[in-house]
Design a binder for this molecule. Sequence first.
Ligand code: GLY
Ligand code: MN
Length: 464
Amino acid sequence: MFDRDVYRARREGLRRGLGPGIALFLGNDESPMNYADNTYRFRQDSSFLYYFGLDTAGLVAIIDLDEGTETLYGPELTVEDFVWTGPLPSLGDRAALAGVERVMAPARLEEDLGRIRQAGRAVHFLPPYRPENKLKLLAWLGVPPDRASAEASVPFIRAVVEQRSVKSPEEIAEIEKAVDISVDMHLAALRLVRPGFTEARIAAAVHQVALAAGGDLSFPIIATVHGEVLHQHAQTETLTSGGMFLLDAGAETALHYAGDLSTTMPVDGRFTDRQKDVYRIALAAHETAKSALKPGAPHLDVHLAACRMIAEGLKGLGLMKGDLDEAVRRGAHALFFPCGEGHMMGLDVHDMEDLGEVYVGYEGRPKSTQFGLKSLRLARPLRPGFVVTVEPGIYFIPQLIDQWRAENRFPEHIDYDRVEAYKDFGGLRNEEDVLITGNGHRVLGRKKPLTVEEIEALVGKADA
Ligand code: GLY
Ligand code: MN
């Protein structure tokens, strides 16, 4: 945990940003895999971590926004529990680590919330994403589970987004630690990749680095020979000569801050000429996007600059044609780049996505519905202290190409006969994590291999 004063200051900031009533924080419970005692790795809710830092299951907290009192509700473990868990600090001692003075048994919560509601006071809660927390809101506040997100407090969401978007120096140091571990994960994969190895074997080596560093993964590893499948989580294929391997993986530190990097590498250690051509276009888009990252720049413009670079490169290969400003405006490039160029990162790899992309990335304004643009998570102007990813890619998705061709979409911008020859290409991207500074940006963590030459120098260099 950070020092208790960090959590106190965050809660004080929240109180200043939020009107009267109470703020209700639902921590997470253990989540069973196949029977109650066999649980997934415990992951605390990120906003609970941000304001209270306490990383155990079954906690709920209330901040009384009018009186300024703070109460932590949670189970008090007994010696019989310690038989299984080993000794743990009392609830009071844990609360003190977060600077919270009052603790209560969970049984008191329903009663306290009942009194607060009877008094007609506002109960602010964040959108719940776990079923058990939706059921708690039903039991305590009478909120139907299918209405829980809609009835969440918009002022609470906005106040949390305002605070969590701007990372403090201690958070930046923690994120940088996560990125450094993530770089090691990618170096491990680069050195191991070779024909005949399975995706699973590489993923296991990548995961090992994260675990050995004292944390775990910030999201399930994408380790695939099918880079064109954006979130390919199956690891069932074998790497073959002439192909490419895409790793999208990041570490989460013990304090739960995320890293998120992507690397594309040739299985043989040498990109083919065709792979090099496409790789260099994606890299040019990457560098264009990165150089546009500065305070005040709308992230939408950063994304569009990357799209434009991809369109130009693909025009050079004869795959796109016509007026490229028009092509990008109308979304023709999305055949090859159907997703966003980057997203916020912090305690969550897609930071605060549970609070709603419209609030996190669009300042409450509606998102575009255009194919491609609708997947951009962040459009708002950047501010110092934001941490964002840079991850433009180029993807040849056979089913999408077939569909667009059949529908004759954008024939003035896409040469489908030429694209046909790339249907077996796959897909590629690189990804880095970047801090917006007072006058520009800084790439976080140790330098990760990016250029064709840097990648080729490393691939397959480890003993098996
Ligand atoms: N690294 C996975 C993603 O950004 O969606
Ligand atoms: Mn990412």
